[in-house]
Design a protein around this ligand. Sequence first.
Ligand SMILES: Nc1ncnc2c1ncn2[C@@H]1O[C@H](COP(=O)(O)OP(=O)(O)O)[C@@H](O)[C@H]1O
Ligand SMILES: [Mg+2]
Length: 274
Amino acid sequence: MENTVSEKKRIIHTKDLCKSFTTGGVEQQVLKDLDMEIYKGDFTVIMGNSGSGKSTLLYALSGMDRPSMGAIEYETADEETTKITGFNNDQLARFRRDHVGFVFQQNYLNDSMSALDNVMVVGLLKHSNRRELAAKAKELLERVEITEGDWDKFPTQMSGGMQQRVAVVRGVINSPEVLFADEPTGALNSQNTENVLNIMSDLNAEGQSIVMVTHTLAAAERGNRIIYLADGVISDELDLGPYVGNYKDESNPKIDEAKQRHKKLKDFLMDCGW
Ligand SMILES: Nc1ncnc2c1ncn2[C@@H]1O[C@H](COP(=O)(O)OP(=O)(O)O)[C@@H](O)[C@H]1O
Ligand SMILES: [Mg+2]
């Protein structure tokens, strides 16, 4: 088990990552000399108490925000090593477009655009062939059970769950090397949460690297690697192994393994002081 991580291909690593905010003349250090690695194909979950710096870390890793100090390097498929901490705003924007996708707690869909157009508008940043892109967008929407009759719907005509499914499709339309998600099910009811998590698990099973922040056990269980953040440093991590289905679902053929996995995660989090 100890060797599984080291055999994986590293896709992101950070060195001495620091982020501080100054409010009212008071400086708060949120990330403190953080060294970490993210591996290709992993579903990495970041947990930790509220205010521990999870979102701050995710925004730094994804190039949405800049750290105060330290380095973030990507080992992308097309380039050897890309140090995004040396980038200016334009370079960073281009890097995000070409390599990363996002899903947030709020779906941030454009209310004046249909489901399909919300996906297309992001796809067009990278794709020049509109017809090919539309075919890809429709295929992805169908995969999350948004069928032709719903493609023209505006966000206000969709349930919250459907909105978030559109947001996930938008997050992967440009085939990102890493999909980042910050509490993607934080605003959903339990059925929609399950649907969105199933989509994330399916994407990961097909090889999509995912880094997700969550504060719920049900979402964390989807990850194969759990990182626990406390006061701006990684206090512990768990190699949980791949998701084997719901531990409460009697029709799950791997229910025993799923139960063990659930217990392992719970024990780990208790040890972390969660
Ligand atoms: N833009 C900002 N300006 C000032 N303080 C911030 C900003 N973003 C985050 N913080 C502070 O950094 C700490 C960590 O925030 P955050 O990363 O959002 O935590 P988490 O996602 O783990 O709840 C909090 O104390 C928060 O108030
Ligand atoms: Mg947060």
